[in-house]
Design a binder for this molecule. Structure first.
Ligand code: AMP
Ligand code: ZN
Length: 204
């Protein structure tokens, strides 16, 4: 029987479904199997694999992973600059192809939950049933989300990525705030209603 599609899972409200039976190992290793999952894998070249985020937090949400195994941001050196530039370039092309009129960001979670380095490509509508809580919101709209360009700059200048990880847990607990107009909102439903008022089309 065919595996349930991501869209169907969303419609069912099962965004946080436990790992599927076919997935082996700890859940944090899930990206490794998703890289070979035909339902999620959308493209690849000699250096990277592109997959759909299994629990997308916006209309368009992809993950770009190097084929060589890089555990996390701390493992990066100056030698990876070219690879990260390639990932960013591919991410930007994918965003343009997905919806040229939507605003996107390209970056990394400072403290990722999943193993294997992955860059998020995420549209800024945040229109998704999988975006359910403060942690989800703040992980994409505070400095917890580090732009790819900042990571590349750090590598070029210092040869390594230095992030003060003690700051990041507090960020996930911050009050909900609109990423566009900075208005404070009391709840996730209020936030979701509010952000619908914004147009996410690129400024002309
Ligand atoms: P992070 O590690 O915090 O950068 O985020 C990991 C991302 O991977 C989240 O956006 C999840 O929705 C997504 N995710 C979790 N498990 C899987 C999986 N098995 N396959 C694809 N994406 C996943
Ligand atoms: Zn707003």
């Amino acid at each position: 029987m065919a595996t349930k599609s991501v869209q169907k899972r969303e419609a069912d409200g099962k965004c946080d479904a436990p790992p599927q039976k076919k997935q082996f190992g700890h859940w944090s290793q899930g990206l490794k199997s998703s890289m070979d999952d035909p339902e999620l894998r959308i493209d690849a070249d000699e250096k990277i694999v592109i997959i759909k985020d299994k629990y997308p937090k916006a209309k368009f949400h992809f993950l770009l992973l190097p084929k060589i195994s890089i555990p996390n941001l701390k493992s990066l050196t100056k030698e990876h600059v070219e690879l990260l530039q390639h990932i960013e370039k591919k991410g930007k092309a994918l965003a343009k192809k997905s919806d040229p009129n939507l605003e996107f960001r390209f970056g990394y979670h400072a403290v990722p939950s999943m193993s294997l380095l992955h860059m998020h490509v995420i549209s800024q509508d945040f229109d998704s049933p999988c975006l359910k809580n403060k942690k989800h919101w703040n992980s994409f709209t505070t400095e917890y989300f580090v732009d790819s360009s900042d990571i590349i700059k750090q590598l070029q200048e210092r040869g390594r990525v230095e992030l003060d990880t003690s700051r990041f847990q507090e960020m996930l607990k911050r009050n909900l705030r609109c990423h566009v107009c900075k208005k404070d909102l009391p709840t996730i439903p209020a936030l979701k209603t509010h952000i619908k008022l914004h147009s996410y089309s690129k400024k002309s």
